[in-house]
Write a protein that binds this ligand. Structure first.
Ligand code: GLC
Length: 447
């Protein structure tokens, strides 16, 4: 089975969130299971890593395009270099135009390299146009939604010439969406199979509450048997408290205490339990709910937050950082993330929606009990008798769940039993990787 994944980020070369993590772990696991796996992503100016240039040529309508290659964990990574990506950072306001250029370049590049796959698997809106072109070229295609909120929309009158798509596709049955080009919709409409990253989110997105306006399209996909949920796994080597080089390694609840001390010393915290948060600072993540709950939380917890994103949320957290029981570090910091997972007692994830979420799995594995809103992948990964779950996206519901956790913490036997069971859960990628491979085989068996 030859599969090409297409996505806008791939750890450790480029990453802003969970998407990048998935594009590292899933391809590697599929390669381990015997598939021939390639990942195609943009060659960002700020890529971590130095690809070897393997191709340079002209792509009609785009001018000169370059391709660099790296190999890791049995996977071939191809990085497509285009003028629009020669600047720092991953994402920019003109991304629809930039990823249209990327979307037109991928097929010609794969053809030039003799790397046409059995199945092309696109991820999120940045790969939507690639999926459309692949389908129109007669390739088999799968598409995975990691986050429906970001759709890649732009006024159609302006954007149609960017896409290289035939005129008939600019209709409500195609890529048009309320007068805009919608690249997420391009992926949904043109992929033979659409998946999302948890079974619960797959159901949720067929409702107006979670469908982000695309619920009509998604209901149709579901009725046609073209929509399913495949739960993400976790890279259990990268996230292993027994061997993690960034922490004081431990294999049982007792060994965790030393990491709490490290975190307390680092941020000058007192003896109260630590509530950790590692998150993109976005409305999706319910960080505003957490901030509103802080006056109550600091009475009985130290709160340590690591994350970057929304400037208003960032400013609000900076404002709180003067408090002796609040620590806030803005941005991405891999090593500190590991120290928080290891050092905190509980971990908060008050997400408004959560397609899968990876942090709650890491937290469980590190014996840090997650306090999560009951949505999407959080429902599918956090057992109610290990973590703490709440239904409403409100400050009060979050605060109540934290109160419950804080009371349970006093019962050392109960808390440690939850920790122990959580640490033993299996979140390996193997099951999911096999599930995707079965889906590809299904695609190849039908015409
Ligand atoms: C996005 C989603 C997150 C998911 C990740 C990987 O970041 O918000 O829930 O875990 O993609 O699929």
């Amino acid at each position: 089975m030859r599969v090409v994944h297409v996505a806008s980020e791939v750890f450790p070369f480029s990453r802003s969130g969970g998407l990048g993590d998935v594009l590292a772990a899933l391809p590697a696991e599929q390669a381990r299971l015997g598939a021939n796996v390639t990942v195609v992503s943009p060659w960002y100016a700020t890529l971590s890593g130095t690809p070897q240039e393997v191709w340079r040529g002209e792509v009609p309508g785009l001018g000169p395009v370059g391709v660099g290659e790296l190999r890791a964990s049995g996977v071939r990574f191809l990085f497509v270099s285009l003028p629009a990506f020669e600047r720092p950072g991953l994402y920019h306001p003109d991304d629809v135009e930039r990823f249209c250029a990327f979307g037109r370049a991928v097929l010609p590049v794969l053809q030039a390299l003799g790397a046409v796959p059995d199945v092309l698997h696109g991820h999120d809106w940045q790969a939507g146009l690639v999926v459309a072109h692949a389908h129109l070229a007669g390739w088999r295609t799968a598409f995975t939604i990691h986050n429906l909120q970001y759709q890649g929309r732009w006024n159609l009158a302006e954007a149609r010439t960017w896409t290289g798509l035939p005129d008939w596709t600019f209709s409500p049955e195609g890529v048009e969406f309320y007068g805009d080009l919608n690249l997420m919709k391009a992926g949904l409409v043109f992929a033979e199979q659409v998946t999302t990253v948890s079974p619960t989110y797959a159901r949720e997105i067929t409702t107006p509450q979670y469908g982000e306006g695309l619920e009509g399209v998604l209901i149709r996909l579901a009725l046609e048997g073209r929509l399913s949920g495949i739960l993400n796994g976790l890279d259990q080597d990268r996230w292993n408290p027994r061997t993690d080089p960034d922490i004081r390694p431990y294999a049982d609840p007792a060994g965790k205490a030393a990491n709490g001390s490290v975190l307390r010393a680092e941020f000058g915290l007192d003896d109260a339990p630590i509530l950790g948060v590692v998150s993109r600072l976005a409305n999706q993540k319910g960080i505003d709910l957490l901030i509103e709950a802080l006056p109550e939380l600091v009475e009985r917890w130290n709160v340590v937050v690591l994350g970057g994103g929304d400037p208003l949320l960032t400013a609000a957290l900076h404002g709180w950082a003067y408090h002796p029981r609040v620590a806030f570090v803005s941005g991405l910091n891999e090593a500190l993330a590991h120290r928080i997972y290891a050092g905190a007692d509980a971990f908060a994830m008050p997400s408004r929606f959560e397609p899968c979420g990876l942090s709650q799995m890491i937290a469980l594995r590190y014996g840090t009990l997650p306090i999560v809103r009951e949505t999407g992948g959080l429902v599918d990964t956090v057992p109610g008798d290990m973590g703490f779950r709440f239904a409403d996206a409100t400050t009060e519901a979050l605060a109540t769940a934290c109160r419950d956790a804080r009371t349970t913490l006093e019962d050392v036997v109960e808390w440690q039993s939850r920790m122990k069971r959580g640490m033993e859960l299996d979140f390996s990628w193997e099951g999911s990787a096999r599930h995707y491979l079965a889906l590809y085989r299904h695609l190849c068996s039908v015409n």
